[in-house]
Design a binder for this molecule. Structure first.
Ligand code: PMP
Length: 326
């Protein structure tokens, strides 16, 4: 990230300290700010947990020097873990459901990792099972398991959250973020609630995803194109703590797609579908605060843009909605 003004020893030192930039489609008097995580060296928010989880696991003796990391991942976590593993002298193997983008799988391989695909129909659950089987077969191998490892949440509590609070001098009214593993939102929410228990916390998922059922919402399961957030089985998302969340908002593929295209055209952000969804949801929360329908400790909303659209060009991310969805 460009704010580092001194020479650095390793790419790991460039992780974090990403920019926080105002998004300009919201109400004038309730600014929405987005944390631009594509500024990380592997171009996503997951570089943070890649470094944080492996360094802590090595320190705690849960991972041995020279060992192998095996992880089920939609891709970005594989890239983040592959960068960290390579620099920390570890091997890496990633289990990726077929539907996820080829760009991510090529990047993991370029970073020295081995990539194994599982059938799309088996979902993330299939990838998780396969990763555990592989780790059992290999010697000195561990599954960091981002879906249940508290170090995932802790990485955001220790790094992403304080960066946001420093940038805004603590004046954060609401936090709105997409949930895949929910590590990002949970880390931010825990920090926010300690800072001010009244901070409004909204989780974002694609329409068709079932996170909302955790708060008792009656939802219909369906397919979605938005990548990186959502769940078909909340039982596999151990990190999600409903007591830290005021609302779970579902965003349609169409709304996320229109917004990611607007963000590029009008604001110069090359961000992907989970950022489009987060931006729509953050803007809705800001509108409610501006209209006096929602009480927050400050009139500001913070969201996270997790990665870059360049990673999804092969999937037609900037083509029409119909072409993207086909
Ligand atoms: N967006 C993208 C593109 C992602 O890859 C992820 C991680 N799966 C997320 C959002 C959600 O992050 P988290 O797992 O921390 O909820």
């Amino acid at each position: 990230m460009t704010t580092h003004e001194q020479p650095l020893e390793s790419v790991l030192e460039t992780i974090g300290q990403t920019p926080l930039v105002r998004v300009h489609n919201g109400p004038d008097d309730v600014p929405v700010y987005a944390k631009l995580e594509s500024f990380n060296p592997g171009a996503s928010v997951k570089d943070r947990i890649g470094r944080y989880m492996l360094e802590r696991m090595l320190e705690q003796g849960d991972l041995e020097p020279g060992g192998t990391v095996v992880e089920p991942t939609a891709g970005n976590t594989g890239i983040g873990l592959a960068i960290a593993a390579g620099q920390l002298g570890l091997e890496s193997v990633f289990v990726v459901p077929e539907r996820f983008s080829v760009e991510k799988q090529q990047l993991m391989s370029a970073l020295g990792a081995q990539v194994i695909n599982t059938p799309t129909a088996d979902g993330m659950g299939g990838a998780i099972d396969r990763a555990h089987d592989l780790a059992d077969e290999l010697e000195n191998a561990v599954v960091p398991q981002q879906f249940s490892n508290p170090l995932n949440t802790e990485a955001h509590y220790e790094t992403t959250a304080p960066e946001i609070y420093d940038a805004l001098e603590g004046e954060v009214g609401a936090i709105v973020a997409g949930c895949g593993t929910a590590g990002t939102l949970m880390g931010l929410a825990k920090y926010a609630r300690e800072h001010n228990p009244e901070t409004y916390i909204a989780a974002v998922e694609p329409k068709g995803s079932l996170y909302g059922t955790v708060l008792g919402d009656d939802l219909e399961e369906g397919d979605y194109k938005i990548e990186g957030i959502g769940t078909h089985d909340p039982a596999t998302n151990d990190l999600f703590d409903p007591s830290l969340v005021d609302e779970i908002t579902a965003i349609s593929d169409a709304d996320a797609h229109a917004e990611l295209r607007r963000l590029a055209r009008e604001e110069g952000h090359l961000v992907a579908s989970s950022a489009g969804a987060a931006s729509v949801a953050a803007n809705r929360v800001a509108e409610r605060i501006a209209a006096g329908d929602l009480e927050t400790p400050h009139d500001t909303v913070v969201t996270v843009f997790p990665d870059s659209s360049e990673r999804y060009l092969s999937k037609g991310i900037y083509r029409s909605l119909e072409e993207w969805e086909s």
